[in-house]
Write a protein of this length. Structure first.
Lengths: 876, 120
């Protein structure tokens, strides 16, 4: 295919991508931009050109091992979701814009730590970007039949593509000074590319499997007779198992820690619930992507047997060899889109880290603290743009000047191992309060050095064909220092080997240093906020402890320099409203200090934000204990506030119900009285009936009022119990007598089982009240004539237990507890009208509880309900 | 003679209303809950229903809904008589299609004149 044609197609393709990004920025409210599918698809930036070509290459040479890179993320998805929820919440709450910011903030806005993480990421990712450029360049040459003539940059198409990508990332990535804002244009474009690369890969997979061959079994049959097939397709015993395990683990870390993944998953997340789509769609995406890898690899092995074709290029060579140039073009475009997605997101994420965690905190802060807002935000954007260009150009030069002819997978995996060095401080920081910034720093540095020793140096020696005895004999000829077999560990292949040792050292140093050196109070404050994010999220700015002297006007000045007059005013107004603070207040408190730091974090990173704010406030040292105490108190105050509100609500409901209950009898009284007053012709009998009703309704009102007063008195403890020794049997008998009229009326017999003549201490009037209540309820709910109500007792020196049971229809299972609530029946208004006042059982419960006892209801067999109460021995 | 149905589970309220409307020359029917009310409505086709809201089994809202959904019955006038007198309750009642909402306790004179007004 002619270069001209391919270049034209690339230009058209890039124009489409640019247009989509542009459209998405302009229509940022559209559902096409804001939905969980775009979000999930953008996560597929994980699949780079490496997936497109490298997986096939790896599958062709080492069998199923390529799967580990995708298996890891799939296995971890459920855990990933839980972790990400926590991470997203913390990040959104603190306006975090990168993983460097995340780690730096967790360890107390540590400037050095942020910079260290940034450097680690740059070192890991730049070669990885190079690799993508290399893939573009190589595949371009293959498809255009181009032979590389010379090393001139000017004639290299890839150089121009790299520049275009830098323009794209710089333009759409720096629309906002606040890097924690979302980049909808880029993300929408990336999602589209994820679709394109998957569809094209599936097309070529189907083509190879079903067109070039007669389906999977055909390929398998033909591939299985090739030499080495058997060895490639098995996991080789325990050793192979270990290698698999560590490779999968490596990719689990990668999916969470790679800067581009952090960018798309956390920074670009709009709604937490989008994660619900990720949980099924993302594994499905990876699965689809991997279905055909092995078949393409086998197909390549069969067709290009002994022809010396680079296995990494099988995907492209298979259609080319069969003269299907259009298909080859699709493959090229798929790989191209995979590559540019990675380049764009990675350079965006890295540029944010470079500006917010390295360049600004170490170089530009002083300048910014004097500049005007427009200058400042212009300058911040400029730094990021320059960073994007620099990163991409450095990556390009790296690819040009180093022989990168090892398989794509190797460099990708080295990148993963370096990034994995962030794991102990990142995950430790999420779950372990004691993890300290010193521990994190030393851990990362040691881990990185071990990686360099066990992987980067020997790999460089190998790939650049430098002659050295280092790899085979170890440093200074010490066998136990052999980089691929450190301390004689021989079971691992180089990558899992380096991963194992570097993380072991990293982790141990992190833990040991953290345990031995207690971090500062600020670190501990953020540790609490991160580890216990659920608890502190609701506290917002209150979760931050700060003591000192600060003036609102000074803080406002700093904010204005970055946000401008208007945005500062708006933000402060919101803040005042949220905490109900007077606008005219002059002294700033901890909440405002924290709020302002957060506001700035998105623009200049957490470390710089902290430095800037502390430059205008006078902070006092506080002890660690003090921080913890204050946090605890604020938390308690919040909780008790919530309780108060809940109680208020209950009180309102209670008053409502009381009003309703009082109005009902009064309605009758009023209506009947009006008739009596106005109708002179009324008959004597009717008049008498009406007056009787008025009387009974009046009694109902006063009973209700007494009940309400009772319950309030008992609940507030205003009434003292009249505790005396009483004969239990007497009390029960008196209560039965009180309801005997009611029982006789329904022809129900109340039996008292044998009760000893014992005495017990209680308030007799009150206990009688309880018993009368329980008995009259039991009678009420028993059937006419058939009802049986019985009272049982069980009394010893320490405790008295009395129960009342009936053989009525029982109590609904879900109401066994709620029947003791005030006006319970009335609360279920639509179903049941209260038979009594609705307060009887509530009062009984209150009385028993004042005796420090318990009361409960249960259903009994074969039929009926039993209410039992117990009272411990109370003394005066 | 106009027919009126009184639906309430408070016997004394029912007694007073029954007396008043009999005196006013209505044919009076009585129901103690929603279910009973629905039966009487279908059989006797009253001109107006005085409806309590909180009743056992079928409540006043449900009775009204049933009336409004039935083409045969949706001309029957309905007055809610209820001790629930929060604005939200009243709004819900009227939204469902009640003609009037009178809070308990009420003036008997006013009730009678509202009923007559509605039946004009």
């Amino acid at each position: 295919m002619s270069s001209f044609l391919v270049i034209s197609i690339i230009i058209v393709y890039l124009s489409v991508i640019f247009y989509v990004a542009y459209w998405a920025e302009k229509n940022s409210k559209s559902v096409w931009v804001n939905n969980p599918y775009v979000y999930t698809l953008s996560l597929a930036v994980y699949c780079t050109a490496w997936t497109y070509y490298g997986s096939v290459g790896l599958a062709a040479t080492s069998g199923l091992k390529f799967l580990t890179i995708y298996l890891g993320p799939v296995i971890i998805i459920p855990v990933w979701i839980v972790l990400m929820k926590k991470i997203i919440r913390i990040s959104k709450g603190n306006k975090i814009s990168s993983i460097a910011d995340f780690i730096s903030l967790r360890y107390g806005n540590d400037r050095f730590l942020g910079a260290l993480v940034t450097i680690i990421c740059v070192l890991a990712i730049v070669p990885y970007i190079s690799l993508q450029l290399k893939a573009i360049s190589e595949t371009f040459n293959v498809i255009t039949n181009h032979t590389i003539n010379g090393n001139s940059i000017i004639s290299d198409t890839t150089f121009y593509i790299a520049i275009l990508l830098a323009i794209f990332a710089a333009f759409f990535g720096t629309q906002n000074t606040d890097a924690s804002e979302r980049h909808k244009g880029i993300i929408t474009a990336i999602a589209l590319e994820s679709v394109i690369k998957l569809v094209f890969f599936l097309v070529i997979g189907v083509y190879v499997t079903f067109y070039l061959f007669k389906g999977p079994s055909d390929i398998y049959d033909k591939a299985s007779v090739l030499p080495n097939f058997e060895i490639q397709q098995t996991i080789d015993g325990l050793e192979g198992g270990f290698n698999w395990f560590f490779l999968s683990m490596l990719s689990m870390f990668a999916i969470m820690l790679l800067p581009r993944q952090f960018q798309v998953t956390v920074v670009e997340n709009q709604r937490e619930k989008y994660l619900k789509t990720v949980i099924w769609l993302f594994p499905l995406y990876l699965l689809l992507f991997n279905i055909f890898v092995i078949f393409i690899a086998w197909g390549g092995n069969i067709i290009f047997q002994n022809q010396g074709v680079d296995a990494d290029l099988f995907t492209l060579m298979l259609p080319l060899k069969n003269n299907h140039e259009f298909l080859a073009l699709l493959v090229f475009l798929g790989g191209f889109s995979a590559a540019i997605s990675m380049v764009v997101i990675s350079s965006l994420a890295l540029s944010t880290m470079l500006s917010n965690n390295l360049i600004i905190p170490y170089g530009f802060l002083r300048k910014y603290s004097k500049g005007e807002s427009e200058q400042n935000s212009g300058s911040i954007k400029k730094i990021r743009r320059v960073a994007i260009f620099t990163l991409i150009i450095v990556a390009y030069l790296f690819y040009k000047n180093f022989t990168l002819d090892r398989t794509l997978v190797s460099i990708g995996l080295i990148s993963f191992v370096i990034i994995a060095q962030l794991a102990p401080s990142f995950f430790g920081g999420l779950f372990w309060r004691r993890g300290s910034s010193k521990g994190a720093k030393y851990g990362i540095i040691i881990g990185f050095l071990v990686t360099v020793y066990t992987l980067v140096i020997p790999f460089t020696i190998d790939s650049q064909s430098i002659s050295s005895s280092f790899v085979n004999e170890g440093m200074f000829g010490f066998n136990f220092l052999k980089p691929y077999e450190l301390f004689g560990l021989q079971i691992f292949e180089p990558v899992p080997h380096a991963f194992f040792w570097s993380l072991l050292f990293n982790f141990m140093v992190y833990v040991l240093v953290s345990v031995n050196k207690i971090g500062s109070y600020r670190e501990r404050n953020f540790a609490e906020m991160f580890v216990d994010s659920e608890k502190y999220a609701s506290m917002h700015e209150d979760a931050y402890v700060w003591k000192g002297e600060a003036y609102v006007s000074n803080i406002r000045n700093v904010l204005t320099r970055f946000l401008g007059e208007q945005r500062t005013q708006r933000a402060l107004n919101l803040f005042y409203m949220k905490y109900n603070i007077d606008h005219k207040i002059k002294i700033a408190d901890a909440r405002l200090v924290n709020f302002s730091e957060k506001l700035l974090t998105g623009s200049i990173g957490s470390a710089s934000a902290r430095i800037l704010i502390s430059s205008v406030v006078k902070e006092e040292e506080i002890s660690l204990m003090e921080v913890l105490n204050i946090l605890d108190e604020t938390q308690k105050a919040k909780e008790s506030n919530k309780e108060l509100q809940e109680r208020d609500k209950q009180k309102d409901e209670f008053l409502d119900t009381v009003a309703h209950e009082l109005k009902t009898p009064i309605t009758s009284i009023r209506a009947l009285s009006e008739i009596l007053l106005e109708d002179d012709t009324i008959e004597y009998e009717t008049k008498k009936r009406f007056l009787t009703s008025i009387l009974s309704e009046s009694k109902r009102v006063s009973r209700l009022i007494n009940n309400i007063l009772d319950i309030e008195k008992l609940a507030t403890g205003k009434e003292k119990l009249d505790l005396n020794n009483n004969l239990v049997k007497d009390t029960i008998k008196k209560s039965i007598d009180a309801v005997s009229q009611l029982a006789i009326h329904k022809k129900i017999h109340i039996t008292l089982n044998k009760v000893d003549e014992v005495e017990f201490i209680y308030d007799e009037d009150r206990i009688q009240q309880v018993l009368i209540n329980l008995l009259s309820n039991a009678v009420k709910f028993s059937d006419f004539e058939k009802g049986i109500v019985s009272v049982n007792t069980n009394i010893n020196q320490h405790r008295m237990e009395i129960s009342v049971e009936d053989n009525g229809k029982g109590i609904a299972q879900d109401e066994l507890v709620s029947i003791f609530n005030k006006f319970y029946q009335a609360k279920n208004q639509t179903i049941l009208k209260p038979v009594g006042s609705g307060l009887g059982l509530a009062i009984s419960k209150q009385i028993i509880e004042s005796h420090k006892g318990k009361i409960w209801a249960e259903n009994i067999k074969p039929q009926g309900a039993r209410i039992t109460f117990t009272i411990p021995l109370n003394t005066n | 003679m106009k027919k009126i149905l009184i639906v309430d589970d408070e016997p004394n309220i029912v007694m007073s209303l029954e007396y008043i409307f009999t005196k006013e020359n209505f044919e009076v029917f009585i129901a103690r809950d929603g279910a009973e009310a629905l039966g009487i409505i279908e059989n006797k086709m009253p001109d107006i229903v005085l409806l309590d809201i909180m009743m056992p089994n079928v409540d006043g809202y449900q009775v009204l809904k049933f009336l409004k959904e039935s083409p045969k019955l949706n001309d029957i006038k309905v007055i809610f008589l209820s001790a629930k007198n929060k604005i939200s309750d009243i709004e819900l009642g009227l939204q469902l299609g009640a003609d009037k909402y009178i809070s308990k306790p009420f003036s008997t004179k006013k009730l009678v004149s509202e009923v007559k007004e509605l039946l004009k």
